[in-house]
Ligand binder design. Structure first.
Ligand SMILES: O=C(O)c1ccc(O)c(O)c1
Ligand SMILES: [Mg+2]
Length: 636
């Protein structure tokens, strides 16, 4: 598949954008007019730079508001087109995107439109230019790709064809199957964009909320499957208008973009396989000219292998885990880390303090069938490899870095949930005062891990976990907290053995000199463990002196109002600072510990088939944590 990207997706100058696209490995780019107009580079410079970088200049765009106008305006539009065609010849470009009229259209007449587009095609032919006509979802009279293509058909000129943009098609819920009926030589260009499903006007949605494929909710593999079946084999180019990408690091965004196309290629091939298209031969070539590269195949991870926490307050973390009921399994033979476990839930304490930009949960291990295959896949998706020193007799982990720099280790899963590497940890240890060696009889597993994402890497993280780890993103939610709305998105496996919650935490802006939560080092993150009997676990932890997150009495009054709970059960919840939720699938009990550094823990019990995370309780947690952080900072 020929990969492309529009310069409008990226931050920086035209030169910086082009360099980043080349580094990320794109075959070609679309030059968005604004980027050229504002550039100090001459068209000849741009042409030479593209050639030097090995980048094709695949599309010049957009040319606006051409058709559906009175004759005097049309003549002016043809003059404008003539200047752009001349400019394209200096750039060495041969395809221009003309979008349907949104501004100056006054005449709704298809016959007239076809006549006007025909005149444009003739002019284009004289300059050796091809015109790709694109239906904007908010076009005044033409907003549907089939309508636009009927006009192209009616004109029937070799220099006029269709541009298909997945956003304009999928945002309006147009059926994508009729794409297959379009003659391949009449599809001049294909643009792909994903987006979250939002109920808002389509223009604002398109201009601000497009995301790279895999980061939104559109059925892009199906769209691409129809495009491939139509016989198209030209550029598949990202055109993402997004407020965040336009101000993020250009090279990083370009790599995120490339990852999305590599993933889309694989997903499109899969969609074709699942929809009755069998590749023709052993080389996986299909009957279609579009070549769709595939990736090493991985199943979703079978579970969490471990979680590693970095802290400069190891003693406090040890106390917290010990009081929760975790067992100390020793220090590593060669590294400055300790292992704690409860059943199959393994936590590594790393005594290196996280730096300002580092997450508190430094690493996560996932059980996979084949760490090597999973790592190969992640690397083909441009995930950076994590360098790791290992001694000769130690297990070699395949590690890749997630966008927020959490290290992801792909570990060999075992049928009984044990991990061979734990033998690298020795048993000796002296316990602090008042803390006996707890023997952990409680069965526990890591239920979910909640990772705080920097605002500019949230969408990138969704694609990373979707593509490299085969997690399925769920629609995102917004949780109110005292510091703002927290965007929260669950990524999970179909069997729920792995659940990650990505949170976008607001940064509190505070007046200079004012002490408060704005001074925190990094975002809070947490690991949740599932047990069979939460009340018993909480009681035992209370007996060991665990510091629970204190839940306000108002919460329990509201709980009673919502669920009419048995008074004895309600008072148990209140006594132990437990939170509760219930839905049609089952019940959920959970509690939180106090925070150490930037980390805290959660214990959960899922009853029945409860599949959520106690979302109605999240605002309570945020508010209490905000209060206690505030109190801590004031006491400094
Ligand atoms: O929002 C726009 O104006 C616009 C311009 C060109 C495109 O290709 C497009 O999809 C949208
Ligand atoms: Mg477009």
């Amino acid at each position: 598949m020929r990969t492309g990207i529009a310069t409008v997706c990226l931050s920086g100058t035209l030169k910086e954008k082009m360099q980043a696209c080349a580094i990320a490995g794109f075959d070609g780019i679309e030059i968005f007019e604004q980027d050229l107009v504002t550039s100090s580079l001459s068209p000849e410079d741009v042409r030479k730079m593209a050639a030097d970088l090995g980048l094709g200049l695949d599309l010049y765009q957009p040319f606006r508001d051409f058709d559906s106008v009175p004759e005097n305006i049309l003549r002016e539009n043809l003059r404008r087109a003539d200047t752009k065609f001349k400019l394209m010849s200096r750039l060495g470009m041969d395809t221009i995107l003309v979008c349907t009229n949104v501004g100056t259209a006054t005449i709704d007449d298809d016959e007239l439109r076809a006549e006007q587009l025909g005149r444009l095609a003739e002019l284009a032919e004289n300059h050796g230019v091809k015109v790709a006509y694109e239906a904007l979802a908010w076009g005044k009279y033409v907003s549907d790709y089939e309508h636009a293509h009927r006009l192209v058909d009616a004109v029937d000129h070799p220099n006029l064809g269709t541009c298909l943009d997945s956003f304009h098609i999928l945002s309006r819920d147009w059926d994508t199957a009729p794409i297959e009926a379009i003659k391949p030589e009449k599809i001049f260009f294909v643009q792909v964009a994903d987006a979250p499903k939002l109920a808002m006007d389509v223009l604002s949605w398109s201009r601000h909320y497009r995301v790279f494929p895999g980061e939104g909710q559109f059925e892009l593999a199906k769209f691409m499957g129809h495009v491939a079946r139509a016989g198209y084999s030209g550029p598949v180019s990202l055109e993402i208008f997004n407020d965040v990408f336009r101000q993020s690091d250009v090279e990083r965004t370009a790599v995120d973009a490339m990852r999305s196309l590599i993933w889309l290629e694989e997903q499109s091939a899969k969609w074709l396989d699942a929809n009755g298209d069998v590749p023709d031969n052993a080389a996986n070539r299909r009957r279609y000219p579009m070549e769709l590269a595939t990736l090493p195949k991985v199943a979703e991870p079978a579970g969490f292998n471990f979680a590693e926490v970095k802290t400069d307050e190891p003693a406090q973390l040890e106390t917290l885990l010990g009081r929760l009921g975790f067992e100390f399994d020793g220090r590593h033979r060669t590294k400055d880390v300790q292992l704690w476990s409860m059943g199959q839930a393994r936590v590594i304490i790393n005594e290196q303090a996280p730096s300002h930009s580092e997450p508190a949960i430094a690493a996560l291990g996932f059980d996979v069938d084949s760490p090597v295959i999973a790592s190969a896949r992640a690397q083909q998706l441009k995930a950076p490899v994590v360098p790791r020193k290992v001694q000769a007799d130690e297990e070699v982990f395949q590690g890749i870095a997630a966008p927020d720099s959490t290290e992801i280790f792909l570990c060999q899963g075992s049928p009984d949930g044990t991990a061979a590497w734990t033998s690298e940890f020795g048993q000796s240890r002296e316990f602090g005062e008042g803390l006996e060696h707890p023997s952990s009889e409680t069965q526990a597993v890591i239920d979910h891990v909640n990772l705080a994402q920097p605002w500019q890497h949230f969408d990138e993280a969704v694609l990373f976990y979707t593509s490299a780890l085969a997690l399925e993103p769920q629609p995102f939610a917004e949780v109110p907290s005292p510091s703002g709305l927290v965007r929260s998105q669950v990524m999970q496996t179909a069997d729920r053995a792995v659940r990650l919650v990505l949170n976008l935490a607001p940064v509190i802006q505070q007046e200079p000199g004012r002490q408060g939560v704005g001074q925190r080092k990094s975002y809070q993150e947490h690991i949740a463990f599932a047990v069979d009997d939460l009340v018993a676990t909480a009681r035992a932890a209370k007996g060991r002196g665990l510091e629970f997150l204190q839940i306000p009495a108002n919460y329990y009054e509201d709980l009673d109002a919502r669920f009419a709970l048995d008074p004895v059960f309600l008072s148990t919840l209140k006594e132990l600072n437990l939170l509760y939720d219930r839905d049609a699938n089952g019940e959920f009990l959970h509690f939180y510990t106090a925070t150490v550094g930037s980390v805290f823990f959660e214990m959960v019990e899922r009853r029945g088939n409860y599949d959520g995370y106690g979302a109605p309780n999240a605002p309570v947690r945020h508010a209490v944590q905000y209060d206690s952080l505030h109190a801590q900072n004031l006491h400094r």
